[in-house]
Design a protein around this ligand. Structure first.
Ligand code: CA
Length: 228
């Protein structure tokens, strides 16, 4: 899941980035409204954390312009004032939820998860592919009844696969959603992490659920992944 964090206070922006990355999200940050609009129109974010008070275009206006240009990623607004007019303006501008500063990181996480679920209402809170279950809220993975331990990055990669079962996902799409905008390393990183995942979710169970599609990328099979 790839998120855009829009916040001009450097300390808070860094704190959010670090915390969210630890949770396995890929994070881009923007320090003003103009940059936020540019990034959000160039990249398919899964959610946007948007501060209201920004140095140039304020958060309300950023949100309005995103919606006007057909960008529907869930927006969580951060407001310093818990005033009714602010909330109303935020919701009118097309925000999905708001959080009043100061907030706890745990609450921010919970709101984001709820928004991303709501953003894809046809999908259940727990993702199931074959006998593989991926629980984004609890950050749990299991094959049948067997719990599988994954690192945050492995989890993020598997979650993205599980949200797109049966689809061929290119390396660049996976990097875009699971790593971040600033990532300019080798796309081999995807191959490396797919190998790690196979070692944990497939090999111990005699499955081959994560397929290599030559010249195209990878696909998580929709069935139970038994060898063909
Ligand atoms: Ca601010």
């Amino acid at each position: 899941m790839r998120l855009l964090v829009v916040e001009d206070e450097v300390k808070l922006a860094n704190l959010l980035r670090r915390g969210l990355e630890e949770e396995g999200y890929a994070i881009d940050t923007a320090a003003d409204g103009g940059e936020a609009l540019w990034l959000a129109q160039e990249n398919p974010y899964d959610a946007v954390v948007l501060d209201v008070m920004l140095p140039d275009v304020d958060g309300f206006e950023v949100c309005r312009r995103l919606r006007a240009s057909g960008r529907w990623a869930p927006v969580l607004m951060l407001t310093a004032r818990d005033s009714v007019p602010d909330r109303v303006e935020g919701l009118d501008a097309g925000a999905d939820d708001y959080l009043t500063k100061p907030f706890s990181f745990a609450e921010l996480l919970a709101r984001l998860r709820a928004l991303m679920r709501r953003g894809a209402p046809e999908r259940p809170a727990t993702l199931g592919v074959g006998d593989l279950t991926v629980d984004p809220a609890g950050r749990r993975v299991a094959r049948g009844d067997v719990t599988i331990e994954l690192t945050p990055k492995e989890f993020a990669l598997l979650e993205y696969f599980a949200r797109h079962p049966g689809e061929v996902l290119s390396r660049s799409r996976l990097i875009e959603h699971v790593w971040d905008f600033a990532y300019d390393g080798d796309s081999n990183v995807v191959d490396v992490y797919v190998r790690y995942l196979r070692e944990k979710v497939d090999r111990p169970f005699g499955r081959e659920s994560i397929e290599t599609v030559r010249g195209a990328g990878y696909r998580l099979r929709e069935d139970d992944g038994s060898p063909n």
